[in-house]
Design a protein around this ligand. Structure first.
Ligand code: ATP
Length: 284
């Protein structure tokens, strides 16, 4: 097991944000953490990249209790792409990507040929080579997100954690990023909101609600209409993807009898004499 959360609880100001969360991520597995807003996903991830210390329970990287590692060793072992990552760094893309090697370097040691090659490959994989000389602060949200993923990859971590990495990405780059994670050979714990992409990209899913793990297992085991209803309060029809067999969720927008898109509200229709027959035809 590369990553193990063992009965992790986080209590802040008397409130339990995460409650006795146990979750394993096997070697080279991609595990998705899903759940409603405020269910504790980011808080759980923070315990893995040491931004938070669990109040009780522990996080294991291989055979090591994370808290027993030096900060340098845990920075070598765990790379994180978070909501806060790199928002204040005024460097070029190339420089930011190279920063991923920092935990492995001593002092001002320059990058080796192999490390420079690693940076080049990561930039190519993330489709940012053409941005190499640009300042990150002038990039779009999606471009910056890809730069940060490249930085995490060059870190060559044992475990990669990502908090909503598809934020800001257009659909092509979402698919490319998740395909990359799936085929990367890295051990990955990733928070995702898009359940269809999560089903396609992840070997296993863990579902959080109110800080507790409700269920974990393969996407077809976990993603059932009953679970989606109970946890998200949403009705979903679930069908197998025609090509891959992965479960895919279909939603219907909540009906609003008074107003449908593209039409004025019902009140304004009924107040207009000329629209009365039209309305009768539609309701017949
Ligand atoms: N430092 C803090 N102090 C107090 N409450 C906090 C703190 N950090 C987070 N919370 C609360 O803990 C709960 C879980 O937050 P968290 O960010 O882990 O949820 P999440 O599942 O990642 O949500 P989202 O999907 O909206 O990103 C939320 O109700 C949040 O308001």
């Amino acid at each position: 097991m590369d990553l193990r959360l063992d009965a992790v609880s986080v209590r802040v100001d008397g409130t339990d944000l995460v409650r006795e969360l146990s979750l394993d991520v096997g070697h080279e597995q991609v595990v998705g953490l899903v759940g409603p807003n405020g269910s504790g996903k980011s808080t759980a991830l923070r315990c893995v990249y040491r931004a938070l210390k669990p109040t009780t329970g522990s996080v294991w990287i291989g055979k090591d209790d994370l808290q027993s590692l030096s900060l340098r060793r845990s920075a070598q072992a765990v790379a994180a792409l978070t909501q806060e990552s790199g928002s204040d760094l005024d460097f070029t893309v190339e420089e930011i990507v190279a920063l991923g090697r920092t935990p492995h370097l001593r002092g001002n040691e320059p990058l080796s040929y192999r490390e420079r090659e690693l940076c080049r490959q990561a930039m190519e994989q993330l489709d940012i080579t053409h941005l190499a000389g640009r300042g990150v602060l002038e990039l779009s949200g999606g471009e910056r997100q890809r730069v940060l993923v490249a930085r995490a990859l060059v870190q060559e971590p044992r475990v990669l954690v990502l908090d909503e990495p598809t934020n800001h990405l257009d659909i092509r780059h979402q698919i490319e990023l998740l395909s990359l994670l799936k085929g990367s050979g890295l051990t990955v714990l990733v928070v995702l909101h898009d359940l269809n992409l999560a089903a396609a990209a992840c070997d296993r899913l863990g579902v959080l609600a109110e800080g507790r793990l409700v269920v974990s297992g393969s996407p077809p085991e976990v993603l059932t209409p009953a679970l989606i209803r109970d946890v998200f309060g949403v009705e979903a029809t679930i069908v197998p993807h025609p090509l891959t067999g992965d479960p895919q969720l279909l939603y219907t927008l909540a009906p609003d009898p008074g107003h449908s898109p593209g039409r004025p509200p019902a009140d304004s229709i009924s107040s207009s004499p000329s629209s009365a027959p039209e309305r009768q035809r539609k309701t017949a």
